[in-house]
Write a protein that binds this ligand. Structure first.
Ligand code: GLU
Length: 498
């Protein structure tokens, strides 16, 4: 490649950043970094009616979170700015005018009411919605008359009426479009804003974009863009249309509106901020999204970003859309937590998650419980249900029934609690490794199964069925609290029996 690679991610700030958008950004970024090129963030805000304040912040947050750096953008600056389309309006006007002057576009004055009538007629004729090109051959005096009527003025592209447009896609090869299916699209709207098509082409050209990697929902726009480049006499960047993410069941595009579920029945998160809030690790999410549509290879599921940069090859991307394998992310995230995070790092990441869930997080307890839960959570937020109780100052004991394990009676549950209390009072030091053997011995001597005894004690000290390993829990909440909770359970069992 002779030209230095320059790619752009060009989101429209119409809402929170979506995981599909993030995946498009990742592929662009990997491609840029692989070729030692430049990665540009451009904000395409030409549809002012759909502009959502704050959306741009969320785009930057997503990049920060996932750890992708940006070379040029509204906030980073660069030699090709401004990088926000609403700040580039004179440029679009200039080039729309150029097209009109060179007979490649025309002013049109059709009102929206008239367009509706045209569409009704087309519908009756069994034609797809569209426009009848009535403005294409206006004489100058007709044009002046229509304008003088105060009608809205737009600029439309003169699409070729015959022939074929061939687009060469980096992944798909040649894709052919019959020009009769293409419309005379609006390039400049009556509000003075360009449409996506005009602004996108002008910007890609003047920002020296060499490669366009975008979602395949834009494939239908590719012939329009090819025709625009042709009309301007500009070289079209190389282009690839990326597969999009489908719902986990393979049906429909994963979108803000669609709802998919993972294997455990949880709703599939769609917004990048949800991934953050649910406690997916950015490094696992990056790894996971990179490996959809493109494959790192050698059956490797867990890899460093640097290695993905080295291997990334746009031509190796599979163009077919794929069902979103969210269960793989759950698994991968757990694997990252187990294998890649040391305990101090995990504690640091759990703190904000637990705090957001309303807990006052005691550092000593946090550090104490991390080793016990590290291998048991997939998302960081799993720690809330599993170990949140450790940080709670109030404690609501479980019911008597909840204390009674399978094949146990209320009476021998009470007995088990009393014997445990007596033994635990004596044990010193109060450390996980010192507690287990004597407690197992106790179970054996008294004819309980260890599982029954430990189950009752887990219910007693945590008041929940799923908790970190029993002895770790006891040590983290401390000897006094452990004994107090067992005494409370003894009272509950006594009252139940009487
Ligand atoms: N603004 C378009 C979007 O939001 C960009 C499409 C393209 O990359 O050309 O997807």
């Amino acid at each position: 490649m002779t030209d230095k690679v320059r790619v752009r991610f060009a989101p429209s700030p119409t809402g929170p950043m979506h995981v599909g958008g993030l995946r498009t950004a990742i592929f662009n970024w990997l491609f840029a970094r692989h070729h030692g090129g430049t990665f540009i963030l451009r904000i395409e805000d030409t549809d002012q009616s759909r502009y959502v304040p704050g959306a741009v912040d969320l785009i930057y947050n997503a990049f920060d979170w996932i750890g992708m750096d940006i070379d040029e953008s509204p906030r980073h600056g660069g030699d090709f700015g401004p990088y926000v389309q609403s700040e580039r309006l004179p440029l679009y006007h200039e080039w729309a005018r150029w097209l009109v002057e060179h007979d490649k576009a025309y002013y049109d004055y059709t009102t929206s009411e008239e367009l509706e009538i045209i569409n009704d007629q087309r519908k009756r004729q069994g034609l797809p919605p569209g426009y009848d090109r009535r403005g294409r051959n206006l004489t100058e005096s007709e044009r002046i008359r229509l304008k003088a009527e105060g009608r809205p003025e737009v600029v439309r592209f003169k699409m070729p009426l015959y022939g074929e447009t061939v687009v060469t896609d980096l992944m798909r090869g040649e894709v052919r479009f019959n020009n009769t299916t293409l419309q005379d699209l609006v390039l400049l709207k009556s509000d003075g804003y360009p449409t996506y098509h005009l602004a996108n082409i002008v910007d890609d050209h003047f920002m020296n974009i060499t490669h366009i990697l975008r979602a395949n929902e834009w494939l239908a726009s590719a012939p329009i863009h090819a025709q625009l480049y042709e009309a301007f006499g500009w070289d079209m960047p190389e282009i690839a249309h990326l597969p999009v993410l489908l719902n986990p069941n393979g049906e429909g595009k994963l979108s803000k509106r669609s709802v998919g579920f993972d294997a455990s029945g949880k709703r599939v998160p769609v917004l990048v901020q949800e991934y953050q809030e649910l406690g997916y690790l950015p490094e696992a999410t990056m790894n996971f999204l990179t490996n959809i549509g493109w494959t790192f290879g050698d059956g490797i599921e867990m890899f460093e970003v640097e290695d993905a940069i080295k291997r990334f090859d746009i031509k190796a991307v599979n163009p077919s859309n794929s069902a979103y394998p969210i269960d793989k992310l759950n698994w991968l995230n757990g694997k990252y937590i187990r294998e890649k995070l040391d305990e101090a790092d995990l504690a640091k990441r759990l703190r904000p998650i637990l705090e957001a869930a309303g807990f006052v997080v005691d550092e000593q307890k946090l550090v104490g419980i991390v080793p016990a839960i590290k291998s048991r959570i997939e998302r960081l937020t799993d720690a809330i249900d599993m170990a949140g109780f450790i940080f709670r100052s109030d404690f609501t004991p479980a019911s008597a029934e909840a204390h009674i394990e399978k094949q146990m009676t209320a009476e021998n549950t009470l007995k088990a609690l009393e014997l445990s209390l007596a033994l635990l009072e004596e044990l010193d030091p109060f450390e996980p490794s010192q507690l287990e053997a004597p407690m197992r011995q106790l179970a054996k001597d008294r004819g309980f199964k260890a599982g029954q005894l430990f189950g009752t004690l887990r219910t007693s000290v945590s008041a929940q069925q799923v908790a970190p390993p029993l002895f770790d829990t006891m040590v983290v909440i401390g000897k006094d609290t452990t004994l107090a909770r067992i005494r409370l359970s003894i009272e509950i069992m006594k009252q139940f029996i009487n």
